[in-house]
Design a protein around this ligand. Structure first.
Ligand SMILES: C[S@@+](CC[C@H](N)C(=O)[O-])C[C@H]1O[C@@H](n2cnc3c(N)ncnc32)[C@H](O)[C@@H]1O
Length: 206
């Protein structure tokens, strides 16, 4: 499928996903295989990744690799390749399953580093997705490392999240506000997610 097809936009991407949802049964499709994100925001990010020819992704904070699975799925639909390095000290059991699936079905590489991002030397990648430890100092440290090695995009999750005072889940939003205006940037804030004051994805373009 040609990504430049005029019909292709985030909405179209979602339609493909829904049409093929049955495929996810092979994973005993459960909540965990979905990205822990607003799917509409997530799909907008994936759309931008494909549009910007992101071929290598460093993903900080995998949880169940729902985002990596979804991105791989769409990349494969558009005959694109994705090489993923994921960092997480506590990935769920699904991460190995997703890794094996994207490697065997799509021929992608998915290297999982079981450690905290602060202990890992970041290699050059087209994009870094920051969604690991949400404490301010960790988000800042992930960003400071990412900006040195990212070629095209750095994305942050939780740029709208507003939970009870003192929770670290609010910190990415604080950090994002501090840096976003220094870069060409874009925000994905879906009304449904915004209504509940959760999620939100911010991207800077390098
Ligand atoms: C909100 S979840 C990530 C959700 C995932 N990106 C998705 O879209 O489904 C946060 C993850 O970050 C991981 N994490 C916590 N501290 C971390 C650190 N210092 N470095 C990397 N990952 C970390 C947690 O184990 C958890 O799986």
């Amino acid at each position: 499928m040609d990504f430049n097809d005029e019909n292709i936009n985030p909405k179209y991407i979602q339609n493909i996903w829904h049409k093929n949802f049955a495929k996810w049964r092979i994973f005993n499709a459960s909540f965990e295989q979905h990205p822990s994100q607003s799917l509409k925001e997530c799909d907008s990010l994936i759309y931008r990744m494909i549009e910007n020819n992101i071929e290598t992704l460093l993903s900080i904070g995998l949880l169940s690799a729902g985002f990596e699975l979804r991105a791989s799925y769409f990349y494969n639909q558009f005959d694109k390749n994705l090489k993923i390095v994921g960092i997480d000290p506590n990935p769920t059991k699904y991460v190995q399953e997703v890794k094996e699936f994207v490697e065997s079905e799509y021929g992608f590489h998915f290297n999982v580093i079981k450690d905290k991002s602060e202990n890992v030397v970041f290699e050059n990648n087209d994009m870094v997705f920051i969604d690991g430890d949400h404490h301010y100092k960790c988000v800042k440290s992930d960003f400071e490392k990412a900006i040195k090695i990212a070629n095209k995009m750095i994305a942050f999750h939780d740029i709208t999240t507003t939970v009870k005072e003192g929770a670290s889940a609010n910190d990415p939003k604080i950090f994002w506000k501090e840096i976003k205006n220094s870069y060409k940037h874009e925000e994905f804030k879906h009304p449904e997610a915004l209504k509940n004051l959760i999620y939100g994805i911010g991207v800077i373009y390098l």
